[in-house]
Write a protein that binds this ligand. Sequence first.
Ligand SMILES: Cc1ncc(COP(=O)(O)O)c(C=O)c1O
Length: 486
Amino acid sequence: MTPTTQATSAAGLGLSHLLSNSNVESAIGTLIDELRTAQQSLTGAQPASGEHVETMQNWLDRVASTKGKPALYPYVGSGLGNGPLVQLEDGSVKWDMINGIGVHMFGHSDPAMVETAVRAAMTDVVMQGNLQFNADSILFSELLLEQAGSDSRIEHCFLSNSGAVANESALKICMQKRGGVAPRIIAFADCFMGRTTTMAQIGDSAAGRVGIPLNTQVDYMPFYDPEHGVRSIEYAVYHLEQQIARYPGQHACFVMELVQGEGGFNIAPREFFVPLMEVCRQNNIPVWADEVQTFGRTEQMFYYQQLGLGDYIDIVTIGKMSQVCACLYTADMNPKPGLLSGTFVGSSVGLNVGRRALQRLRDGGYYGSDGKIAALQKAFRQHAKALVDKHPDWFGPVPHYSGTHRQASGLYGGVGGMMRLTPFSGEKGRILKTLHTMFERGVIAFYCGHGPFHIRFLPPVGVMQPQQFGEVFEIFEASLAAAAAE
Ligand SMILES: Cc1ncc(COP(=O)(O)O)c(C=O)c1O
């Protein structure tokens, strides 16, 4: 893809002078210095301070009132953070190991990101649209495509505001590509795809589609079973071929999370995906990687790159840490005019902060088997192993998944900045108890899986240091002890 402009700055003609003006530079410098000073007060987990507890309760009552139901965690952020630490409105400071489910890749109030956001906020209105946009959205798209296209056939992208809408775009593209006569979708059991009416139907969670009249036809495939290795691959291929034989020419796509996110951080080797993708190719079924959760977070910017699957990918969706979501596709999948649009492409701040995050990840030594992200996964595993070895009574065998013959692969693991640990044989009640105790004591994490359940970390890989897992695991261990004692 050849850029049509050499411009690399977010501000075009009108504002480039303003943003490099020495008064503006010095004002932004002052803001950032003040921010850094404020951040220095956050050095580790701290309990709530008495005077602010009531303020927090007031906010929580208002959340419950506006949403009609209480928040899962008593969390209202103050807007201040430092590395992986975040301050809440009650004055407490916590290690944020979930980051809005993978959104804050560089933690909260990171000075470089705030500086980018302040500059972006000076350019034009807040939201940019599909009809009228600034250079920001072109630069963001170019950077994405440069990364995606380095080892795949991806050439174009369409930006949107949520992962679910990026997925809607992808599904429409696939359906149009198949001539409007292929209504069925192939997806893995336990997948998650977002909350639109259609994505909630494809996503394999009964609770997510309660009350929705079903009008989307999904054929579910078994995901990789580490216990059965090669046999599980043969079984999956057999299953896929059967579905295709059962409904010839009727599949719009095979959508795959290459690491299952909400489904439990389940991973599979390249050897699992290749034969499935080959079968798709032989049958003209587009291969769509849903990387909304994996994007940016594994040992390459896209996880299909880490697995060396670029050649098979027809379409890929991303979101979360990029701040602006996107559907990326090959020239062959490029839809006809009119299929994709929408008022917003993203906010000026989102486009610039997202691009800055991608640049920092690309240039900052994060990727590769010896990069910073791999080092974080290694440190996580070391701490997890030590915990499991020290407390075998908390880590019993993980039972089979209900409904399939799949078994959880080990007591801890994941890939890159996606980490999981499975105490109490994956029993939901005690896992939730552990998570709430962790929260009270200063670590914010979350769960994943549909049973067995796992404790899930999506740490801010851009700013987390491996040694910081030390304090996180101390709190984790104490919280597990509290849940075990019940
Ligand atoms: C794999 C995957 N796809 C799609 C989505 C939906 O993204 P959003 O919540 O931004 O609509 C998610 C969100 O968790 C996800 O994990």
